[in-house]
Design a protein around this ligand. Structure first.
Ligand SMILES: NC(=O)c1ccc[n+]([C@@H]2O[C@H](COP(=O)([O-])OP(=O)(O)OC[C@H]3O[C@@H](n4cnc5c(N)ncnc54)[C@H](O)[C@@H]3O)[C@@H](O)[C@H]2O)c1
Ligand SMILES: O=C(O)C(=O)C[C@]1(C(=O)O)C=C[C@@H](O)C=C1
Length: 300
């Protein structure tokens, strides 16, 4: 199976980055795009995010070998339903959603009989919209494929090869496991950032403008994450509810243990944890998994 035409539905950060990455790294593949928002379609045309930007999802997916849904996870079902009647029978349908169980269920329900291979490129920034995309977003990043049991192996390999062309590394995972892992590595960190920035802002009366004044330190890193798209993240928490609540329970227990250590003056417990976490950060940097694009969306 080879991919000659990719249809991208949703032309924000992820959809736009896929379009630009195909142009830069797989120029033999044609791209077509659609976004529900006319202003996004206009900007996508201006930036040339895909070769063609269509006025309907149905027009965009015509003759496509691969369709990638790049919409918020809460909009996946509706976006899939819009292409159900016109989807070429041999086309692979995939997505980039940050949670996988609910998306797999929604796509299977909306597209009975279609070849559906959900995926999640673990790459992004706090930016969103058609101006945010860039061609190197996926370089050296993991793309996790979560094929359903009994999925066509050739289709899985075709999708994996597509993502490798864009620079990604491939992992295959069960959707339930994906959602648990990402709950702790991505979803809860975002929830913590939203919380700490929200709490500091609620305390503004006490801190009298100091939230902004002293935000050059660690707090500033939290504000970057807390600037992430509200619609996208609302949908992630509503659609990965079980895993997030389970991991949040575990996190709360660990936080309580730290609270106890501080209260009782147990410096060893604090020091041991902080040493372990420092080693993890250094390991990530050594593996070369840090910022793919230091001048974009990071480090400000
Ligand atoms: N932002 C990240 O860091 C990141 C990383 C990996 C995966 N993801 C996932 O990628 C997906 C897209 O996120 P993004 O950051 O590109 O968001 P974005 O807001 O930049 O883009 C989403 C686009 O989808 C469009 N859209 C919404 N409903 C639609 C519909 N029914 N049909 C057509 N278009 C529709 C919106 O108009 C918008 O332009 C989400 O599922 C998100 O969970 C995001
Ligand atoms: O770097 C960031 O700003 C991100 O939030 C990217 C990030 C992440 O948590 O790692 C966010 C959501 C995704 O589904 C994948 C990647």
């Amino acid at each position: 199976m080879s991919i000659e035409k990719v249809a991208i539905i949703g032309l924000g950060l992820l959809g736009g980055s896929i379009g630009l990455a195909v142009k830069a790294r797989a120029p033999g593949i044609t791209t077509s795009g659609f976004d529900a928002d006319p202003a996004v379609r206009a900007k996508a045309t201006e930036r040339g995010l895909t070769d063609n930007v269509h006025e309907s999802a149905a027009d965009a997916v015509r003759d496509a070998d691969l369709v990638i849904l790049c919409v918020p996870v809460g909009a996946m079902r509706e976006a899939a339903a819009e292409i159900a009647d016109v989807l070429p029978p041999r086309a692979i349908v995939s997505d980039v959603g940050s949670s996988k169980q609910s998306v797999a269920e929604d796509l299977a329900a909306a597209l009975p009989g279609a070849i559906v291979i959900p995926a999640h490129p673990v790459a992004g920034t706090e930016q969103s919209g058609p101006e945010a995309g860039f061609a190197t977003l996926f370089v050296n990043r993991w793309c996790i494929l979560t094929p359903p049991a009994g999925a066509d192996e050739a289709a899985v390999e075709t999708l994996a090869e597509f993502w490798r062309k864009l620079g990604a590394r491939i992992e295959i995972m069960d959707p339930q496991h994906h959602d648990l892992v990402l709950a702790v590595t991505s979803h809860i960190p975002h929830l913590i950032a939203y919380t700490i920035v929200g709490t500091a802002s609620d305390l503004e009366e006490v801190t009298q403008g100091e939230v902004i004044k002293y935000s050059a330190g660690g707090f500033r890193d939290f504000t970057r994450i807390a600037a992430s798209d509200p619609t996208m993240w609302r949908d992630v928490f509503l659609h990965n509810k079980v895993a997030v609540l389970e991991m949040l329970g575990r996190f709360t227990e660990d936080l309580t243990a730290l609270q106890r250590a501080i209260r009782s003056g147990d410096g060893d417990t604090l020091h041991e944890l902080f040493s372990r976490t420092r080693a993890i950060r250094r390991g990530i940097i050594q593996e070369g998994q840090d910022d793919p694009s230091p001048d974009f969306g990071r480090g400000h």
